[in-house]
Design a protein around this ligand. Structure first.
Ligand code: PRP
Ligand code: ADE
Length: 180
C-alpha cells in the first residue's frame, strides 16, 4: 500500500474524544465508509493481504468488522463467516468471553461454519487491546480451523494489542494498514 493511500485512509478516520467513556479517543471510521474511493482502496488492500496469506475463509467481527470483511470476502472470492456478539447466532455456537478497552463482551461463531483444512483470515477495523482478536483466534481453533492471519485497518499501538495477540497468532501475520 502506498503512503498516499495510507494518508487517504488516515484522513477519513475521525478522532472522537471521550467516547464511549471519558479518556477513550474513539476512532470513527464512518467518514471513510462514506467515501467510495477510500472504501474501495481499503477493501482492495485487505483483500490482497487475504490472498497473500493463502486464506480460504474470511471471518468478520461484529459489528464494524462486518462492514469491512464482507466486501473483502467478495473481492477476494472467499466465503464470509460472521463472529457475532453472544446470543445472536441461531445455530449451535462456540462462545468466548474477553475484555476490551471499554468493557467486557462475549463473541460466538457457528460451530459448523469452519472445519479442518480451512485457513481463516480475521478482518476488523481496529486493534486496540487485542482482546477481541485474541478471542476470535480461540474460536477459530476451537472450531477446528487454522489461522491464516489477522488484518485490521488501524492498530492503536499505545495499547499494546500486538504484544498481547502474539502468542495466539502462533506465527501467523498481523497486518495493520495504519498504526497510530
Ligand atoms: O482490541 P480490542 O480492545 O478488543 O478492541 C477492538 C474491538 O473494539 C471494537 O469493537 P466493539 O466491541 O466496540 O464493537 P462494534 O464493532 O460493535 O462497535 C472494534 O471494532 C474491535 O472489534
Ligand atoms: N479507541 C477505539 N476506537 C475505535 N474502536 C475501538 N475499539 C476499541 N478501542 C477503540
Amino acid at each position: 500500500m502506498t503512503t498516499s493511500t495510507q494518508d487517504l485512509l488516515l484522513s477519513r478516520i475521525r478522532d472522537v474524544p471521550d467516547h464511549p467513556q471519558p479518556g477513550v479517543v474513539f476512532k470513527d471510521i464512518t467518514p471513510l465508509l462514506a467515501d467510495p474511493v477510500a472504501f474501495t482502496a481499503l477493501t482492495d488492500a485487505l483483500a490482497e493481504l487475504c490472498v497473500r496469506c493463502g486464506a480460504t475463509k474470511i471471518v468478520g467481527l461484529e459489528a464494524r468488522g462486518f462492514i469491512l470483511a464482507a466486501p473483502v470476502a467478495v473481492r477476494a472470492g472467499l466465503g464470509f463467516i460472521p463472529v457475532r456478539k453472544a446470543g445472536k447466532l441461531p445455530g449451535a455456537t462456540l462462545s468466548q468471553a474477553y475484555e476490551l478497552e471499554y468493557g467486557t463482551a462475549e463473541i460466538e461463531i457457528h460451530a459448523e461454519d469452519l472445519a479442518d483444512g480451512d485457513r481463516v483470515m480475521v478482518i476488523d477495523d481496529v486493534l486496540a487491546t487485542g482482546g477481541t482478536a485474541e478471542a476470535s483466534l480461540e474460536l477459530i481453533r476451537r472450531a477446528g480451523a487454522q489461522v491464516a492471519g489477522v488484518a485490521v485497518l488501524m492498530e492503536l499501538g499505545f495499547l499494546g494489542g500486538r504484544g498481547r495477540l502474539e502468542p495466539a497468532l502462533r506465527g501467523a501475520p498481523l497486518d495493520a494498514l495504519i498504526t497510530v
